[in-house]
Design a protein around this ligand. Structure first.
Ligand code: 0WD
Length: 254
């Protein structure tokens, strides 16, 4: 469809073709969006380059949110290419793997700070830069997980960071609403990606969701992608500050 025809979007967080960011990029492209993508480091560049080409998108550079100058460079390149920006998709999170297992109470100050910065603050850092390019209004989306709302095994400090991320969605939505910039999150059910492979007992969590979600299955990156299209399109023009679950209904059960 031409739902996103004429819309230009920046996608952050494609690591490979299993990434949620890739699922959203693919759906957005199928609905006519023009895309800019980033990669984190040279190793991932080799993975992301062919995916950007396949999507007819532009690679706008290396982005590591712990190096703010790389975010500045990416937004400068996006402005040079597009002029204005209609949407941004933020699919970035990180925590030390050895703290995504065992007990939350053991979290170190260093990993707490790092997890919060990369998984929560980076969305605000992105919003600051996006606001300047969204002169015709726009839509920002980020990815969260049910572990923000309820205790989940092994999610630990990432659950705390996702809770803060969901709160930041509400504060950003209030700040940017007067400029017709909407801010929403998708709370995705578990999907086997690179980031998920760091979480202890992940296969068990997938199985548990399969057995207990209302739809009796898990979700795919394509399904998250289609919801992403809705949230960045004008179909959702009345929606902001929302955390929208794409989890086969698990959140009403668990
Ligand atoms: O079950 C899942 N997979 C769920 C994921 C359920 C619900 C939510 N999510 C969230 C994640 O927490 C994350 O916010 O979705 C988002 C995307 O994650 P993903 O698609 O599951 O995982 P992946 O394909 O690994 O993409 C995450 C990427 C990183 O990949 P790796 O695995 O190499 O860390 O986030 C990027 C990176 O490309 N990333 C960074 N980007 C810029 N600067 C940084 C950083 N410092 N750290 C990680």
């Amino acid at each position: 469809s031409g739902l996103l025809k004429g819309k230009r979007g920046l996608i952050l967080g494609v690591a490979n073709n299993r990434s949620i960011a890739y699922g959203i990029a693919k759906s957005a492209r199928a609905h006519g969006a023009e895309l800019a993508l980033t990669y984190q480091g040279e190793a991932l560049k080799k993975r992301v380059e062919p995916l950007a080409a396949e999507l007819g998108g532009h690679l706008v550079g290396h982005c590591d949110v712990t190096e703010p100058e790389t975010l500045d460079a990416v937004f400068a390149e996006t402005e040079r290419l597009f002029g204005t920006l209609d949407f941004v998709v933020h699919c970035i999170a990180f925590s030390n793997k050895d703290e995504l297992d065992g007990r939350y109470v053991e979290t170190t100050a260093d990993n707490f700070t790092k997890t919060m910065f990369i998984s929560c603050y980076s969305f605000t850092a992105v919003a600051q830069r996006a606001e300047k390019l969204m002169t015709n209004g726009g839509s920002l989306i980020t990815l969260t997980y049910y572990g923000a709302e309820k205790w989940m095994p092994h999610y630990n400090v990432m659950g705390v960071a996702k809770a803060a991320l969901e709160a930041s969605v509400r504060y950003l939505a209030a700040d940017l609403g007067p400029k017709a910039i909407r801010v929403n999150a998708i709370s995705a059910g578990p999907i086997k990606t690179l980031a998920a492979s760091g979480i202890g007992d992940f296969r068990y969590i997938l199985k548990w969701n399969e057995l207990n979600s209302p739809l009796r299955r898990t979700v795919t990156t394509d399904e998250v992608g289609d919801t992403g299209v809705y949230l960045v399109s004008d179909l959702s023009r009345g929606v902001t500050g929302e955390v929208h679950h794409v989890d086969a209904g698990y959140h009403i059960v668990g």
